[in-house]
Design a protein around this ligand. Structure first.
Ligand SMILES: Cc1cc2nc3c(=O)[nH]c(=O)nc-3n(C[C@H](O)[C@H](O)[C@H](O)COP(=O)(O)O)c2cc1C
Length: 185
């Protein structure tokens, strides 16, 4: 029997928790995607500071310290993982296989099982350390997708701005959507 599509979403303590919220909302509107959501402690603090609510969605909430969770094992099938926003600390952990959080471990699983892993990074400027870690993660199979929204689509609201990134994440996860418009379509 064909199962629902499964997406793991990790939210870490970089600025831009709104990207996570908009992605969760877009995915929970579909009726064929099951979501496993992990929010780091710092992400909870940043979400509070950014006045973004990440609780109460019909998803599987996982604790970032719970290595007994299904998504910590390669035998538990999921289709893709998105870390959004992805801090430089979590990038470092993922790029170096330092899996001391469930987010880093699930990302490690995605890489070793050759599943899609999208890192929506947020920092500016980038140091050499960040750039080296990005290249390491890229070479290990991750997609580096910085949260750098385009302006040529004339986003009118902060949600529109966030959705320019969310729509690209959905495209890469193979989830159909009607967010925004496509160039020349
Ligand atoms: C308000 C606030 C904004 C932050 N923004 C960023 C950011 O944009 N990028 C980043 O790499 N770290 C940022 N940090 C620092 C991370 O939260 C910190 O490195 C933390 O250890 C990340 O842990 P985590 O990846 O496990 O969530 C921010 C922290 C705070 C409190």
């Amino acid at each position: 029997m064909r199962r629902m599509k499964r997406i793991v979403v990790g939210v870490t303590g970089a600025s831009g928790t709104l990207y996570a919220k908009r992605l969760i909302e877009a995915i929970t509107k579909t009726n064929y995607v099951e979501m496993y959501l992990i929010i780091s402690d710092t992400a909870k603090t940043v979400a509070r500071l950014e006045e973004v609510e990440l609780s109460g969605y019909p998803v599987h909430y996982e604790e970032n310290c719970d290595f007994t969770a299904g998504i910590a094992s390669g035998s538990f099938l999921f289709d893709a993982m998105v870390v959004v926003p992805c801090s430089m600390k979590s990038l470092a952990a993922i790029a170096n296989g330092h899996s001391t959080t469930l987010i880093a471990r699930a990302a490690d699983v995605a890489l070793k099982e050759r599943r899609k892993l999208i890192l929506v990074l947020r920092e500016t400027p980038y140091s050499r350390v960040h750039l080296v870690n990005m290249l390491a993660a890229h070479d290990a199979g991750a997609t580096i997708m910085p949260a750098s929204p385009p302006l040529y689509t004339h986003p009118q609201t902060i949600n529109d701005l966030a959705d320019t990134i969310v729509s690209r994440v959905l495209d890469h996860c193979g989830i159909s959507h009607a967010i925004g418009s496509r160039w020349k379509e």
